[in-house]
Design a protein around this ligand. Structure first.
Ligand code: HPA
Length: 272
């Protein structure tokens, strides 16, 4: 496969080596900042594959991510757990950012669970709270569907996002933990946290959560026909609602919330 191949073909060509190394899986889970620590306790590990050995994969550089995929079994469900992801703000394009999610779906994952750390716009939702994504605002200015038409054998150019995040999976998670709330996630390019004015704008647009990931992966997975779930861990109140923000604080809050995150991933895996 040459570099001139369509990004969807590049993702499809990564799938066989992942299956060889990891065995097949029904579910792909992407762990955002701080979620990797929770994942150490998910299921029995069958195999591992470093990101750098996934054909076409760019290796994430952000602290709090682990650049390895683990194949695990959780209560009879087989899953590939991606210990990190790459982001637009690292200088990657939309196709690179969604490459591993596409490869997972094209390798047979029917369900994709996307997790992230997010700023919360609702002062009543304290840091440390996981929130299910009910919808998103893709404010990155780009999309994984940019570029030439999908080649034959892939879904077509336009994709219905009316129910991007599965209501069925949200209901299943809420059944497991009735205190869970849901919200709309605004995904920005990032690189810096937002300004207070930007947070006021996002609130007026209907966002409850803000972060620098997830939105492109959700679109890419949905386009390929996967059922998608998203979960944000609120690690801080968004800019202007609190003191100053730092990535260290994001990681510290996440580390303190491991048990709740683990239980929620487990519930989503059971429902997947
Ligand atoms: N903004 C954007 N991304 C984030 C935040 C935030 O406040 N917290 C964690 N990730």
């Amino acid at each position: 496969m040459t570099d001139a191949a369509h990004p969807l073909e590049r993702a499809r060509s990564a799938a066989p080596s992942m299956i060889d190394r990891l065995g097949e899986a029904e579910v792909g889970v992407v762990l955002g900042s701080g979620w990797a620590a929770a994942a150490d306790d998910i299921g029995a590990v069958r195999a591992e594959m470093p990101f750098e050995e996934i054909p076409g994969c760019v290796t994430p550089t952000v602290a709090g991510h682990r650049n390895v995929v683990r194949a695990v079994d959780v209560n009879g469900t087989s899953a590939w757990i991606f210990g990190g992801r790459s982001h637009l703000y690292e200088g990657h394009g939309p196709h690179e950012v969604v490459h591993t999610v596409r490869a997972a779906v094209l390798a047979g994952c029917r369900t994709i669970i996307l997790t992230n750390a997010a700023g919360g716009l609702d002062p009543d939702i304290p840091p440390g709270t996981p929130v299910l994504l009910s919808d998103q605002l893709n404010l990155t200015g780009t999309t994984p569907l940019i570029g030439s038409d999908p080649p034959p054998g892939f879904p077509g150019r336009f994709c219905d996002l009316t129910e991007l995040y599965s209501k069925r999976l949200r209901d299943a998670a809420a059944h497991h933990d009735a205190s869970l709330t849901d919200g709309v996630y605004a995904g920005l390019v990032g690189g810096a946290f937002e300004t207070p004015a930007e947070i006021r704008m996002l609130g007026a647009m209907g966002a409850n959560l803000v972060g620098m990931s997830t939105v492109l992966e959700a679109i890419a997975a949905k386009h390929l026909g996967a059922e998608v779930a998203g979960v944000s861990l609120v690690t801080n109140l968004a800019a202007g609602l609190t003191g100053s923000l730092s990535h260290l604080e994001v990681l510290e809050v996440a580390a303190a919330s491991t048990d709740r995150m683990l239980a929620l991933i487990d519930a989503l895996l059971r429902a997947a």
